[in-house]
Ligand binder design. Structure first.
Ligand code: ADP
Ligand code: ZN
Length: 680
């Protein structure tokens, strides 16, 4: 594994593997067939990029989206890796370049679009250029039942057999059906080694809030994160447009996005989002698959998502670079009603509808959770050993109260009115309001009339919402607005079970305070924005997204650790050798002002032990430049000789002599050996 670790540090600038990466890299580079399921942001790309560098020949990467392929290729090239793409988006020059590099045996990674596989010539080409590994990104696109199905993905299995090389497939979609389909379509009867990786995304902060002036809630959330890229998901197309306009009015840069837009306009929005820093896209769930932006800093739901799976997928678009990201999901009784009726009015068979209700229930359970959201969320995905500290409930545990009596009163109001009324009228009954409707239905004489005066209307609304959240009551699909009791409520009604409700959503204070959330502490913030400005300048000059230069996590670490030397800079995660060479000085200048020039040979050793060994050799050499007595002819070693020495392991006199020649070995040999022994 040490070869892989060295490449990880040198090429990508990372000092450690993320969980699971090491085993996958090992298996893939050993030539095993692999299916790896990792959550978005888990670092899948590295799991085929590193093995590609370790193996002989070319690795073909099949990936569904041209724009994303191009970005990955740019990012690899920035890191000094010979990568190219063959897609319909290429200019003729780009295509020529790729072919040239291929024929010359220079290319390590070749990205191709699945459509290319349809052309018969593809197989011939791939065989000729010595493809030794196939990597398939977004492997679930092979699934005919999924929404991302790509017919050309079905050709991959045959390609693997024709070329007779190992295949590594990657996806974030973990359900068992899709997994089985991927295996049968891509691997046939040679079952791959499977890796299933955890679903926790510890850098994503989770939060829910009951709707209470939802537009204002979203505007505040965005205002606290001004200048950071974010997505707001909305339930309807119309709302994406009005909310985007409201955000613009509030001084944000915001676009709307939905499936009803012209394809061209959608592409423009996707592209701007991908490239620009600090843009907000207000979108329906149509916005997703085409997005591979690692530095999305926040995701807000202006409306409740459809299910717990959708929720996980949508918030999961935030913070793929591993730097902190925030989410906020708003929900209210209307959302619950809407989602229920969408399921009830859908065309799915009854058992499917029941399953959809259950998945919605899981999400509502999360929304109304009383303890850690992360634990509640991951428990649903089968993970029990979860630590958190990064959700609204861990930040501030909710106040709870025994809601059994309140719930029983509400249920009684529902049952005594034959489950024919909605929350508004039911609350009037509980509060004892003598409205016309009340008299008309003769409800003033009900025993339940006026039994709920201990709470006000708002508080009762929160009780009803939580009852819906716990699936104790559901909107009646037959009768608009009416609430029916579910079987889940029976034990409470019969006094066999109690229920705790949250107090904070009952009496939510209207305090409106927008504290700007910064990604670093106050004193590091100015430096971070200076580093970002420098990054933007490079990104614009190279016409690449900002994260291709350095991602947010790397800049945050720079702002916090403030490296003073090239060596210290090289030790920042995300600063590989190539990037150090290209951008090191410019970023160091932002941090320390002027930077002392450094010999290029020495720079290559930056951040490594060999670097400081080199410095010591240089010092020793200076003291001996004119011999022990200081009277001999000046003599010195070349910088490349020193660099070679500095990287030697188990140096001895003979090696030294071979490297330096007699005269230099005689003058410096013993002193150098001392330095090397000390270091080794
Ligand atoms: P996905 O699994 O969603 O395809 P990516 O491969 O795009 O994720 O990786 C997400 C981010 O994590 C990228 O910004 C990448 O540079 C970063 N990353 C991957 N591996 C590591 C690592 N070992 N250490 C630090 N950052 C990493
Ligand atoms: Zn928590």
């Amino acid at each position: 594994m040490s070869g892989a670790s060295a490449l990880l540090a040198d090429v990508f600038g990372f000092d450690a593997f993320r969980p699971g990466q090491a085993e996958i890299v090992e298996a893939v580079s050993a030539g095993e067939n692999v299916l790896a399921i990792m959550p978005t942001g888990g670092g899948k790309s590295l799991c085929f990029q590193l093995p590609a560098l370790m193996r002989e020949g070319v690795t073909v990467v099949i990936s569904p989206l041209i724009a994303l392929m191009r970005d990955q290729v740019r990012a690899l090239q920035e890191a000094g890796v010979a990568a190219g793409a063959l897609t319909s988006g290429n200019t003729p020059e780009e295509t020529d370049e790729v072919f040239e590099a291929l024929e010359a045996g220079r290319l390590k990674l070749l990205y191709i679009a699945p459509e290319r596989l349809a052309a018969g010539s593809a197989v011939g080409l791939l065989r000729r250029v010595g493809v030794s590994l196939i990597a398939v990104d977004e492997a679930h696109c092979v699934s005919q039942w999924g929404h991302d199905f790509r017919p050309d993905y079905l050709k991959i299995g045959a390609l693997r057999r024709d070329l007779g090389v190992p295949l590594a497939a990657f996806t974030a979609t973990a359900d068992a059906e899709t997994r089985a389909e991927i295996i049968s379509k891509l691997f046939g009867d040679e079952a791959p080694r499977s890796f299933l990786h955890g679903f926790d995304r510890p850098n994503i902060h989770l939060a829910f809030a009951a709707k209470d002036g939802p537009r204002r809630q979203i505007l505040d959330f965005a205002a606290a994160r001004k200048g950071q890229s974010g997505i707001v998901y909305c339930g309807t197309r119309a709302k994406t447009e009005t909310l985007a306009a409201a955000l613009r009015e509030a001084g944000q840069t915001a676009l709307h996005y939905h499936g009803g837009m012209e394809a061209e306009d959608r592409r423009i929005a996707e592209r701007r989002f991908q490239r620009e820093d600090g843009l907000i896209v207000v979108a329906t769930v149509a916005f997703g698959m085409g997005i591979d932006k690692p530095d999305i800093r926040w995701v807000a739901h202006a409306d409740l998502p459809k299910s717990i799976e959708s929720y996980y997928q949508e918030i999961g678009r935030a913070g793929r670079d591993g730097a902190p990201a925030q989410t906020l999901t708003l929900f209210g009784p209307d959302d619950i009603r809407l989602r229920r009726s969408q399921i009830d009015e859908g065309l799915a068979p009854p058992e499917r509808r029941a399953a959809d209700h259950a998945r919605l229930n899981a999400l509502l359970g999360l929304a109304e959770a009383l303890k850690c959201r992360r634990q509640t969320l991951l428990r649903y995905f089968g993970e029990t050993d979860v630590s958190c500290g990064s959700c609204d409930l861990c930040d501030r545990p909710p106040e709870v109260f025994d809601g059994t009596v309140a719930v029983r009163k509400a249920l009684s109001a529902i049952l005594r009115t034959d489950e024919r009324f909605g929350a508004g009228h039911l609350i009037d009954i509980l509060l004892g309001h003598e409205t016309d409707k009340m008299r008309q239905h003769g409800h003033v004489t009900l025993p339940t009339f006026g039994v709920g005066k201990e709470y006000d209307r708002r508080q009762w609304q929160a009780v009803f919402r939580q009852m819906m959240g716990h699936d104790l009551i559901r909107p009646d699909p037959e009768r608009h607005g009416a609430l029916r009791m579910t079987d889940a409520a029976l034990p409470i009604l019969r006094d066999q079970a109690g229920i705790e409700l949250r107090k904070d959503s009952i009496r939510q204070a209207g305090s409106r305070r927008v504290a700007v959330k910064m990604m670093v502490s106050e004193e590091d913030a100015p430096l971070l924005s200076a580093l970002k400005a420098k990054r933007r300048a490079f990104a614009e000059a190279a016409k690449v997204p900002a994260y291709v230069i350095f991602n947010d996590k790397t800049l945050i670490e720079m702002a916090e650790k403030r490296p003073q030397t090239v060596d210290a800079l090289a030790r920042i995660s995300g600063v590989g050798a190539k990037k150090l060479e290209r951008y090191g000085n410019a970023f160091l200048e932002v941090i320390v002002g002027e930077v002392q020039p450094m010999h290029p040979t020495r720079r290559k050793l930056a951040g490594r032990t060999a670097g400081s060994v080199y410095d010591q050799l240089l010092e020793v050499q200076a003291t001996l430049a004119r011999g022990e007595a200081g009277q001999d002819k000046p003599l010195s070693c070349s910088s490349s000789q020193l660099a070679k020495l500095a990287q030697l392991r188990n140096a001895d006199a003979q090696t030294l002599e071979k490297l330096l020649g007699d005269r230099r070995a005689e003058r410096f040999g013993l002193a150098f050996l001392d330095v090397l022994r000390e270091a080794g």
